[in-house]
Ligand binder design. Structure first.
Ligand code: AOF
Ligand code: ZN
Length: 360
């Protein structure tokens, strides 16, 4: 069979991988399945860092030795180092898998194609690159982190057809319900979410993940960029008072008042005091030290503008509604200089999402 013939199986492996959506950091989401005589006989996915990899899960779920001639389909190149859970290449060889179909190459410099050579030398027939773009796209956070050891900073904005991101009336919604649900999907994907102090004060966002059939939860960190400690004007903000407030981090700098830490502690929130001259660099370093591999920056326009101007955003999500705000339009963010690498376009009702890595 040639590569396109494996696409339906790879689509299923992608679905399996997505069962770990947002829960595998700092590891990637990976799905795998085993096929015997043209039939899928076992499936697996990576659920959490430290737990078995997808390939190992598929073998465990099979519960016996695969039949001679068995095929394994996996969304990511099998790892080839001991790591926390032992090399998958070894497990595949030991299990006697004859053919392996892979989606993406693992950008982890420890692997990066080595798995393919090890398996081929051991006599496994390897077909790589099946639905490669989809498989790579699944792990934009991991892919960035593992190559650079710095978080993927992603910006998100929703704009009207004429480029406004707010209405003069203060009404919050720019896009419709389907686009909103997609935002919650991405909130769930990232280990942390960030907003500027203006957005925290005017929108009073909860920055929690609210998905169907999943109880509301907070990402690991809810960052508020607030160099002047403006949020303390309103201690009843969700971020400062809800049941998830220990996840809130007020990100301020060395010029902030001396009692910033105490004021945060009094409200039960965290405080990061960053170097005022290397603010975003220091932010990245703090995230990296805590293995926060990606941050979904939801705005407002002032924060996104600063991040873009300093070339600190790595990825961008732009939702556009077909409705112009005209006279009612308020804030705008200049996105004329925004260029995507490998742009992906998706429709949510009448709204359009364009997303991709930023090309500066
Ligand atoms: C796979 N399948 O399901 C995952 C892989 O610390 P460890 O042992 O969990 O290894 C983590 C690394 O293994 C991670 O950085 C990535 O390169 C790879 N993750 N590989 O073949 C999986 N989760
Ligand atoms: Zn592995």
């Amino acid at each position: 069979m040639d590569a396109p013939a494996y696409e339906p199986l790879m689509r299923r492996a992608l679905e399996l991988a997505r069962q770990g959506w947002g829960r595998t950091h700092p590891n990637p989401m990976v799905g795998a399945l085993i096929v015997e005589d043209g039939r899928v006989v076992a499936e697996g996915f990576h659920a959490k860092a430290g737990q078995p990899h997808a390939e190992a899960m598929a073998l465990i779920n099979l519960g016996r030795r695969p039949k001679p001639g068995a095929l394994m389909v996996v969304t990511l190149e099998p790892c080839s180092t001991q790591g926390r859970t032992g090399a998958c290449t070894e497990k595949i060889i030991k299990a006697g898998i004859s053919k392996l179909v892979v989606g993406a190459t693992d950008p982890n410099p420890a692997h990066a194609g080595k798995g393919f050579s090890i398996l081929r030398v051991a006599g496994v027939d390897v077909v790589a690159g099946v639905l490669e773009r989809e498989c790579e796209d699944l792990n934009s956070v991991f892919n960035h982190w593992i190559q650079r050891q710095t978080p993927l900073l992603a910006g998100k904005i929703a704009v009207s057809a004429d480029g406004f991101c707010a209405r003069k009336t203060g009404a919050r919604d720019v896009t419709g319900a389907l686009a909103h649900a997609d935002v919650h999907k991405w909130r769930a994907c990232f280990p942390a979410i960030a907003v500027g102090s203006g957005t925290a004060l005017t929108d009073n966002p909860a920055l929690t993940v609210r998905l169907n059939q999943v109880p509301e939860y907070s990402p690991r960190a809810r960052f508020v960029f607030d160099r002047k400690l403006r949020v303390f004007q309103n201690p009843s903000l969700c971020l400062l008072s809800d049941g998830f407030r220990e996840h809130t981090v007020i990100v301020t700098d060395t010029a902030a008042p001396k009692d910033a830490e105490q004021r945060c502690a009094a409200l039960g929130v965290q405080c990061w005091r960053l170097d005022k001259n290397h603010f975003f660099e220091d932010f990245r370093a703090h995230c990296a030290a805590q293995e926060i591999t990606g941050v979904y920056c939801e705005g407002g326009p002032a924060l996104l503008k600063a991040l873009l101007e300093q070339k600190q955003l790595d990825y961008f999500f732009r939702y556009t509604s077909p409705e112009p705000f005209g006279e009612n339009g308020a804030a705008k963010l200049n996105l004329n200089t925004l260029h995507f690498k490998n742009e992906i376009t998706e429709k949510f009702g009448s709204d359009t999402l364009q997303r991709g890595k930023i090309f500066y």
